[in-house]
Each structure stands twice: as structure tokens, then as C-alpha cells.
Design a protein around this ligand. Structure first.
Ligand code: MG
Length: 306
């Protein structure tokens, strides 16, 4: 099941509603639940927020599957003028992993790490599929980094590896856009990576969250990133140095993980710069395509030169 968030009026003040992608349509989850309850009352609450859904993702997925089975879902209509937002418009936290593919560590002149390198990326950097990455002036080289993102639907502290996957609700895609020159300067001065990873719009996320049940092995996915239709990164998620259960277990030894946390699992080799006018796409067949046009700050409506 592919879960999304959407707005009806594309108004910044309007909340994002949870929905389901079905046959190219965005169906309001509230309506699906109401109809499912009419057929088969279970006392399900109507979700108004994606975080409520994440915590009970298998429950809602099963409910929607039932409507698919009895064909009722085909009678449910999409709102007019639906705009997708990121499936988690403001993730609880983005916990990102650096150098989690040996070949990427090597291309940046680094050794493969012996334990995970973790940094945080500001949740405010998140943008939806289709929204532009805005290149800040004077920031130097800005790179794309296509990554598989793990979305947690449950929390936990000191989670053993063998139980770690029970925290996962589903998977999505992230482009961990990075101000590379700034990051290199920060590394040289032993400063954190946080700011170089956290510019506004540096976190394209989406287009949907695929529930865990639909991806048998998250370490057997082919991740592709292209710029202007030219493939720049292509790798199997099986090449990760630290697997998803290892990462969850490791992180949970430091902090209690929470539903709504997103783990950006690291980027494979082939990173490179973005320029205004580019279109960058992250793709995993089982999840979809996360596409972002790239613009300069001067191209923003309302900028002094506009
Ligand atoms: Mg990264």
C-alpha cells in the first residue's frame, strides 16, 4: 500500500491529509476508513494526520486491501485539485547515515567506517515530490545524494537487531542534498555536517511511503538517481555497509527512537553537483520516483530580481 499526504487547496495554512495512492488517484484515507467501517465496524478512528496512520500502518493497509478486494475502492473519488505534499511533511527527526556504501566513502577519499556515522538533517529541509531544490547563492558546490529512507511506525530503546524491523512502518526515498564545499570546510574544522545538510529545500522526500509488507527485502532494491535523464547513481541497497536492522539497533542504543523518525540510509557512489535548470530524480521501482527541479534563489517568485 502506498500512503501519501495531500492538500486540497495548496494553501500553506491547510493541514496535510493522509491518503492512499490507488490506480493513479489519491484517495482520502478518512473516506476509505469511513466506508470500510460502514461495511465492517471495527471502531477504527478516522485518521487526520499521517503520524496516526504510521503507528497503525498494517491495520490501515489491511482495511484498504479489504475495500480493494470487494471492489468498493473503485467507487471512492479523489478530491478536486489534490496536491501531494511530502508523505511526512515534517518528520519527527531525520537521522542520516554518512558513508554507508564503501564505494561512496572511497570516492570522497574516506575509509569505510567501522561503525555508523550519524548526523541529523533538519526536518524543515523537507519538500515534496515536484517541488524545487533552491540553490543558495554563495554556498558553492551543491550535490545530490539519492537514498532509501526508512520510516519508523514504532519507537524503542536498546532494540536488539533481531527485533529492529518491527519498528519499521515502511519505506520512501530521500535526496540528501548537500552543500559539499561547506561540508568539506566543516569536516576540516571538526565541525558537524548539520548546516551543510539542512538548507531549506535540501530534503526532497517521497513521493509515498510504501508499507513494509510490500517490500520483502529492503536490501535487494535497485536505487537509481538521474540528472536530466542521465543515470548518475545506480546500486543495490544490499551494498550498504550497515544494514537497516543494524542501524536501528545502533541508533536506539543512543536515543529512544520514535514513530515518525526517518532514517536516511546513506548514498551509493556517483554523487555530483546540481545546477539551476537540472531535474534530479531518485527512483526505486517498488517505491516510485522522487523528482525535483533545481532552481537558483533568484528564480524564486518575489525575489528582488523577479
Ligand atoms: Mg547522505
Amino acid at each position: 500500500m502506498k500512503f501519501v499526504c495531500y492538500k486540497e487547496f495548496d494553501d500553506p495554512l491547510e493541514p496535510s491529509y493522509p491518503g492512499v495512492l490507488y490506480k493513479g488517484k489519491t484517495l482520502p484515507l478518512a473516506r476509505l476508513v469511513s466506508v470500510a467501517e460502514a461495511f465492517h465496524p471495527r471502531g477504527a478512528s478516522v485518521p487526520t494526520d499521517i503520524n496516526q496512520v504510521l503507528e497503525q500502518l498494517p491495520f490501515y493497509a489491511a482495511m484498504v486491501k479489504e475495500l480493494e478486494k470487494n471492489k468498493t475502492i473503485d467507487l471512492i473519488w479523489q478530491e478536486v485539485g489534490v496536491t501531494l505534499t511530502a508523505p511526512l511533511p515534517r518528520p519527527n527527526r531525520i537521522l542520516a547515515i554518512g558513508r554507508n556504501y564503501a564505494e561512496h566513502a572511497a570516492e570522497m577519499g574516506n575509509e569505510a567506517p567501522s561503525e555508523p556515522i550519524v548526523f541529523q538533517k533538519a526536518s524543515s529541509s523537507v519538500i515534496a515530490h515536484g517541488q524545487p531544490i533552491v540553490l543558495p547563492p554563495h554556498a558553492g558546490r551543491i550535490d545530490y545524494e539519492g537514498e532509501l529512507a526508512v520510516v519508523l511506525g514504532a519507537g524503542g530503546k536498546n532494540v536488539p537487531e533481531a527485533e529492529a524491523m518491527s519498528l519499521v512502518a515502511g519505506y520512501t526515498l530521500i535526496n540528501d542534498v548537500t552543500a559539499r564545499d561547506e561540508q568539506k570546510r566543516a569536516i576540516a574544522r571538526s565541525l558537524p555536517w548539520f548546516l551543510s545538510k539542512s538548507y531549506d529545500t535540501f530534503g526532497p522526500l517521497g513521493p509515498c511511503i510504501v508499507s513494509k509488507d510490500e517490500i520483502k527485502d529492503p536490501h535487494a532494491l535497485t536505487l537509481t538517481l538521474s540528472v536530466n535523464d542521465e543515470v548518475k547513481q545506480q546500486a543495490s541497497t544490499g551494498d550498504m555497509l550497515f544494514s537497516i536492522p543494524k542501524l536501528i539497533s545502533y541508533l536506539s542504543r543512543h536515543m529512544a527512537l520514535e514513530a515518525g523518525d526517518v532514517i536516511a540510509t546513506g548514498t551509493p557512489p556517483g554523487v555530483g553537483p546540481l545546477h539551476a535548470g537540472d531535474v534530479v530524480q531518485v527512483h526505486i521501482r517498488e517505491i516510485g520516483t522522487l523528482s525535483s527541479p533545481v532552481i537558483g534563489e533568484e528564480d524564486l517568485p518575489g525575489s528582488p530580481e523577479d
